[in-house]
Design a protein around this ligand. Structure first.
Ligand code: NAI
Length: 705
């Protein structure tokens, strides 16, 4: 017989309610039902003097069952009724807390009469990250415990507090070291001895903090400004306002109504999709979960430029020693200097101590001697994006690295299989495509070559977790998943400029949709030189369509030395860091249009810009799926939300395509092909997209075959 997930046992004259639902004691249906039963059993047995709520394993209840929110019949009511029943008990109920007390777990703790926590425990209400608010009275009980300002901050940001901060704020009554069960029983005994214990948050007023009369009006405005695309931000303010200004029962009803609105909102559904997509992305079809990993204790990096330096920081940040090899003493000194300045800037902001700066720098060993890479378990090359140079570097790494060491390339566009062959040991090779700035951006594309060994791939995925990146596997193709899709997006951005739209019009249209940055600002930041060289190289390799107008803008700006932000001018002119439309760029666009026979227009509106930038991008995403470059639509969504600032409330381009309707996307592609002409196949609908439309399926239904 299996153990019940919730049980009630006697310890002297106390009842102990134990939740045992590994790994994190999440609120499954069985836990919710078991909890209700156990509370009834306690209530019925008057021989108990009090109740301790306790969880086995590594944590107290760490949250709800997120999957259940998609069930149309989902209701928080049964759980909330049990929490009310716990609070209504006339004998003291104490929660003993350890691990991560999050979401529904913290709401359970708040329904108890007192809380004691082990040092190191974390407390938070992270529902906002899923576009929700805490739906089990967290918005009502937390303000009563900690006040409006603190509650609003915690619920709006999803930020966690540690045990001491939680005690100071008023979430927990005491912090005690020891075993959760023993600590809890001792605390419950103390309360009983003092004749204290029954204290119901719902019966307490929200502490008077002397809030200004317009506090909530201001908070609503700030929420709308800070998170214009996330309705949860406003709803959270409204729920906390109800807690502060209405009787508990009214607040409860308000919370329930707002929670339900958010639960079924497209924004929350999109964020939940991304939550699951991120977890799915770690699973690689055909790769057993128990694949033995190669140990990685020392990392080598070749090239300490923009990327190499940032990549090195990722490893130093988690305590892994790094050997950095450069071609010249100047480049090495420059690279190490930039890393130190980055760390010092973090220290100045209070994010680390100066001792930590020194510790991390001490993990970095710079050298000009590449034989120093011989004792590294993983070596990442981040030298200039030049095929001949990289082939030469890879051949050298193949010889220098010890047998079994992993050799990785950070190339953005070059053929990983060609580089793998150059090492002479292709099974050891994988692409690790970091995004700039590499110490900041969460995305890592892991490029699986034709001959990458399974354990190399599995090790790369695990390593991504170690350095706190979200990894997505891509097959080998030009630009992999992200930059390949960005290419069609940039193509249309440039055609729109040549047809007469301004950079701010183009960027503004997609930024109004929630893109962090439009295409022109994005490339100005990444560097017009970097972008142009990639296009030129791709042309030389025969990858471009036979179209002289293709990316003509970026090539001309490059010739003119307008490299973007770093030279003060690119698609925009820069006043400090502020981009302004530049008449010179308008002139260049008009000149190129004339040279390439592109008709100028004055009627380009935001809807057209959005469709022309993003529908081809979706179409390219579908091609990537069709070719097996990406395993699933969700992987593409993670790449674009984590790496390119695609709005998370739309769930990524593939999720958004389903919401738009695939038939609409296909029709509009066809429309533009007809109206703009399609000599080069730019608007051709991907066969898989046509097939999905024909069969009335969505991308999220799973791919055929
Ligand atoms: P970078 O020009 O800033 O740095 C390259 C560094 O490699 C230079 O410091 C150079 O001295 C060094 N180097 C050149 N040959 C070397 C050799 N034989 N041995 C040791 N060091 C050598 O270039 P960046 O931007 O860091 O790019 C590096 C790689 O990362 C490229 O493959 C690029 O495509 C890729 N990448 C760049 C991104 C970006 O936004 N800059 C984003 C993602 C990938």
């Amino acid at each position: 017989m299996t153990e019940p997930v919730v049980s009630l046992a006697r310890h002297g004259d106390m009842a102990v309610l134990t939740i045992a639902n590994p790994p994190v004691n999440a609120l499954s249906k069985a836990v919710v039902a078991g909890l209700a039963e156990a509370v009834l059993a306690f209530e019925a047995d008057r021989s108990f003097a009090g109740l301790l709520v306790h969880c086995t394993g590594r944590t107290f209840v760490a949250g709800g069952d997120i999957g259940s929110f998609d069930d149309p019949a989902f209701s928080a009511a049964p759980y909330n009724r049990t929490l009310a029943r716990i609070e209504a008990q006339d004998r003291p109920v104490v929660a003993t807390l350890h691990g991560t007390v999050l979401g529904g777990g913290l709401e359970l703790a708040l329904a108890c009469h007192a809380r004691v926590a082990l040092p190191g425990t974390q407390f938070g209400l992270p529902e906002v990250k899923l576009g929700l608010l805490p739906g089990s009275l967290g918005t009502q009980r937390l303000p009563r415990a900690v006040g409006v300002r603190q509650a609003l901050d915690m619920i709006s940001t999803g930020r966690s507090l540690d045990a001491e901060a939680a005690r100071d704020a008023g979430i927990v009554d005491a912090v005690r070291a020891g075993d959760p069960l023993a600590v809890g029983l001792a605390y419950l005994g103390e309360l009983q001895a003092r004749g204290e214990g029954v204290r119901r948050l719902s019966a307490q007023p929200v502490p008077d903090e002397g809030l200004p009369a317009d506090f909530f009006a201001q908070a609503l405005q700030a929420a709308a400004q800070r998170k214009p695309f996330h309705p949860a931000a406003r709803s959270i303010v409204l729920a906390v306002q109800a807690a502060a200004t209405r009787p508990f029962a009214d607040g409860e009803a308000t919370e329930a109504r707002l929670f339900e609105q958010l639960r079924v909102s497209p924004e929350s559904q999109a964020l939940r999709h991304l939550f699951f997509a991120e977890r799915q992305a770690a699973r690689i079809p055909g790769l057993p979960r128990d694949t033995a990993l190669r140990p990685v204790r020392r990392v080598g990096i070749l090239g300490a430029g923009t990327m190499g330096g940032g990549i090195a920081m990722n490893f130093a940040n988690v305590g892994l020693p790094v050997t950095l090899v450069e071609a010249s003493a100047e480049a090495l000194a420059r690279g190490l200097g930039i890393i130190r300045r980055n760390y010092e800037a973090s220290a100045a902001k209070g994010r680390m101590t100066s001792a930590q700066v020194d510790e991390r720098m001490a993990l970095l060993h710079g050298t000009l001697d590449d034989t120093a890479l011989a004792d590294c378990d993983l070596v990442i090359e981040a030298v200039f994006e030049d095929m001949a140079l990289k082939q030469q570097v890879c051949a050298r790494l193949g010889a220098v690295c010890r047998p079994g060491a992993i050799i990785a390339t950070n190339t953005s566009t070059l053929d990983v299989d060609v580089l793998a062959e150059a090492t002479g040991r292709p099974a050891d090779v994988v692409g690790l495509h970091f995004f700039s700035p590499a110490n900041v951006m969460r995305l890592l594309e892991v490029v699986r070559g034709a001959r990458t060994a399974p354990d190399v791939l599995a090790t790369a995925m695990q390593l991504a977790r170690t350095i706190r990146k979200v990894a997505v596997v891509s097959g080998v193709c030009y630009g992999f998943i992200g930059n390949r899709m960005a290419e069609v997006y940039m193509r249309e951005a440039e055609f729109l400029l040549m047809e007469g739209a301004s950079p701010s019009q183009v960027d503004g249209a997609v930024e109004a949709l929630g893109m962090a940055m439009g295409p022109c600002r994005m490339l100005d930041m990444a560097g017009i030189d970097v972008g142009a060289r990639t296009v030129i190289e791709y042309g030389k390799a025969g990858g471009l369509p036979p179209d002289d107008s293709y990316r003509a803008m970026v090539r001309r700006l490059y010739e003119l030395g307008r490299f973007g932000q770093k030279t003060g001018a690119g698609y925009y002119r820069y006043q400090g860091r502020t981009p302004v439309d530049d008449p010179e760029v308008a002139r260049i666009a008009a000149e190129l249009a004339a040279a390439h026979g592109i008709a100028r227009r004055t009627d380009i509106g935001a809807p057209e810009i959005v469709e022309r930038l993003l529908y081809p991008l979706i179409n390219e995403g579908v091609r990537i799926l069709e070719e097996g470059i990406a395993y699933r639509p969700g992987d593409i969504d993670i790449v674009w939300t984590a790496g390119y600032g695609f709005p998370d409330h739309l769930g990524g381009p593939m999720w958004w395509a389903d919401a738009l309707g695939l038939a609409t996307v296909a029709d509009r592609l066809t429309f533009y092909g007809r109206t703009r002409g399609d000599r080069f196949g730019y608007w051709r609908v991907a066969p898989l997209l046509s097939e999905l439309v024909r069969s009335g399926r969505r991308l999220s239904d799973g791919l055929p075959g």
